[in-house]
Design a protein around this ligand. Sequence first.
Ligand code: BJ8
Length: 428
Amino acid sequence: MSDQPVDYRPMWEKLGLDLDAHDALLAAVGPLYADAYLSQQNRPEGMSYFDFVISEIHGLRIKELDDFRAQGGKVVGTFCLYVPEEIVRAAGAWCVGLCAGAEFAYDEVERIMPRNTCALIKSFMGFKLGKVCPYIQEADLVIGETTCDGKKKAYELLGELHNVWVMELPQMKRERDRDFWRAEIRELVAKVEELTGNNITADGLRAAIKEVNDKRRALQRVAAARKADPVPISGKDALLAVQVAFYDDVARFTQMVNQIADELEQRVANGVGAAPKGAKRILVTGTPMAIPNWKVHDVIEKAGGVVVQEELCTGSRYYSKLVPEMGEDTTMDELLDAIADKYLDINCACFTPNDARCSDVIDMAREWKADGIVHYALQFCGPYQIEATHVERAAQEAGIPLLKIDTDYSMEDIGQLSTRVEAFLEML
Ligand code: BJ8
């Protein structure tokens, strides 16, 4: 890390960013981060790595992607957990999650899609239309997926502006859906091989499975430490680690998160907490929270609660399941089936039925000793807003209080949300 500030503007300009708009975006994220993160007390020291990552969010990592591409490497951008990073990496390409966590250029977005579209979709379209996301500009290919209808149709519009390819995801998990998805995974292999010009081999896949598993295992260690009371890390910090997992260098991220996990285990042994012992413990479930969406965690933790676990795509859905690591005699077909099965096992509300998500929420709430559950959904997200009813019923049966929050990326409802969350915490 050099002390000299680096001028990234020529790189951003080369990527086609609108420099003024981009300056405005970065100027907004800095104070948001300072208010949500740097104001926290008793943070693990290892979180300084993430402070650095955020300070360089459009700088150093973009430079790394830029250098990689200059040497002939390919970058694949994604918006969803169902795109297997293992396959992208086995072809020698890098995978990055794309910006979708803040309001930007909504006026332009609303010219081509309804106002009542969820914030995540409006955000990624706004970042592209407003020319402020260097990640998508570095992506040689964006891989979309047929999850919810909004995303499916938005990818058609995004495809007019960028190289987009869409995987078809089934909406049920029957045997014939599994067969369909396994075939789709093979299509992905062909697509990524075509993009990179590299053949994916069984050895390459085994190596990629291991490195992505290592990343997920590091996050599992952080999650395990959060079972302690006092909790050694705030929910906000733990959420940030998963958010960064989508775009950081895999080996470096794994090493840094393992170091944080070492520190957390030591904190647990010494009874050191990021929140006071006995603080009300909350499990958050619902739609994903892309950077810089820290809103709900921030509200809960500023109200005196602590988030101990997330049943989110930026949470347990990302790291709790691993692809089995199989020996040298396994064939490509066996490896690809194992990858397909692991991904189909993710419990997104786009599936029907999706009872396994409800059981996951309840099991996790018990395991992490949550006093209450917050169900968070983005407004106009049909899958999660409607599925909230099932989750609420499951929580009622289990005797765990649940608060439903439907919101967006604006800060207009912060006062109202804080009042509701404070009342919920008091009631627990
Ligand atoms: S696996 S949750 S990342 S699809 S919030 S765009 S569902 S209307 S994000 Fe998701 Fe993959 Fe599922 Fe996870 Fe649509 Fe809802 Fe918007 Fe959403």
